[in-house]
Write a protein that binds this ligand. Structure first.
Ligand SMILES: NC(=O)c1ccc[n+]([C@@H]2O[C@H](COP(=O)([O-])OP(=O)(O)OC[C@H]3O[C@@H](n4cnc5c(N)ncnc54)[C@H](O)[C@@H]3O)[C@@H](O)[C@H]2O)c1
Length: 321
């Protein structure tokens, strides 16, 4: 039996990851989350009684609360953070304290506790602006253009400089798809629900490229990294698929195919200058990873579930950070 500590377990990625890990009868999961955002414990509510799951309400800044949990864990997946550019800049000091300070303390405490594998979830936003004629690899320059991405880069650096803690960095593409704690502030999810419900999309910066990955595929990558420590320790992986880089203009076209009445209001401002096309060849080559969803199938998933009434109030605060 192995025990995996998942921070941020009640969030969008955490809820899906925790369920997938628990599907292995030889795995126990300890979830940690502050549960003070509008979604509370939504990501894990239905699995709170699972016999191999323990949920602890704690702040990742509270190292004393985490130490006894680390003492009985084999691996850590660190997801807890103030997530996204808008949330990150709301209270910069708090963002730095949670995203950087608490992560550094968790790294130190994990080392002390003898954690065998520490997986840090970072973001392809770290690439910021790049030449979109070529696909940026893990060795590409990091150009964070937001506080959120800056905090992720800082933790990556601290982790990779750490020689005694076996670790892997996973840089996720922007995530989409249905999860127990749903987010409608992520581009694919937001565009799809607005296209369906409002019939019109307001599109800023339609020409900017970004990579996207389904939440189930993102969680599968973590499972694979944990299952192959002999290959994944000491490595940085972009998580996604090289064929899944899109512009917002392309997303509009995909939604228009599904919802022919859809209209667009093109807004020509460069408010969000992130534009990057990413290569996901390394994780495919080294770990044999491939994705099972695409942005179009993810859009179909959201449309189908929304039509069933799965999201009666998608503009509610608990669906956004
Ligand atoms: N969603 C994406 O598109 C995306 C892309 C790249 C990377 N990531 C990374 O994946 C991870 C999870 O993102 P998500 O989309 O699930 O976000 P989320 O906001 O749904 O989940 C984060 C969770 O962390 C918890 N948390 C925040 N501060 C905490 C604290 N001080 N102590 C304990 N728990 C705290 C929140 O309550 C929340 O449940 C993050 O590290 C994020 O940077 C996400």
């Amino acid at each position: 039996m192995r025990t995996i500590l998942v921070t941020g377990a009640a969030g969008y990625v955490g809820g899906t990851l925790t369920r997938r890990l628990l599907a292995d009868p030889e795995t126990s999961v300890v979830g940690v989350d502050l549960c003070e955002m509008d979604h509370g414990a939504e990501g894990v509510r239905e699995i709170l009684d699972h016999p191999r799951f323990t949920m602890v309400r704690a702040d990742v800044r509270d190292t004393a609360a985490l130490e006894p949990l680390l003492a009985t864990s084999d691996a850590v997946v660190h997801l807890a953070a103030v997530v996204g550019d808008p949330a990150g800049k709301r209270d910069p000091e708090r963002t730095r304290a949670i995203n950087v300070g608490a992560s550094q303390d968790l790294i130190a405490a994990s080392k002390k506790a003898g954690i065998k594998h520490f997986v840090f979830v970072s973001t392809c936003s770290n690439y910021g602006v790049s030449d979109t004629d070529t696909l940026v690899t893990e060795d590409g320059d990091l150009n964070p253009v937001s506080l959120y991405a800056e905090t992720k880069v800082a933790v990556e650096k601290a982790l990779l400089a750490e020689t005694e803690l076996p670790a892997t960095v996973c840089r996720f593409a922007t995530v989409y798809g249905v999860a127990p704690r749903m987010r409608f502030d992520l581009t694919v999810n937001q565009f799809t629900i607005e296209a369906l419900q409002d019939g019109v999309l307001e599109i800023y910066g339609e020409q900017f490229w970004r990579p996207y990955v389904h939440v189930e595929d993102a969680a599968r990558a973590i499972e694979l990294v944990l299952a192959t420590p002999e290959k994944s320790i000491g490595r940085v992986y972009n998580v996604g698929d090289s064929g899944e880089n899109y512009t917002k203009g392309m997303m509009y076209e995909l939604l228009k195919e599904r919802l022919p009445e859809l209209e667009a209001k093109w807004v020509d401002i460069n408010e969000d200058p992130r534009s990057y096309k990413v290569s996901f060849q390394r994780i495919a080559d080294e770990l044999g990873y491939s994705t099972t969803w695409t942005v179009p199938t993810g859009m179909d998933q959201i449309i189908a579930q929304a039509r069933l009434g799965a999201f009666p109030d998608p503009k509610a605060g608990r669906f956004r950070n």
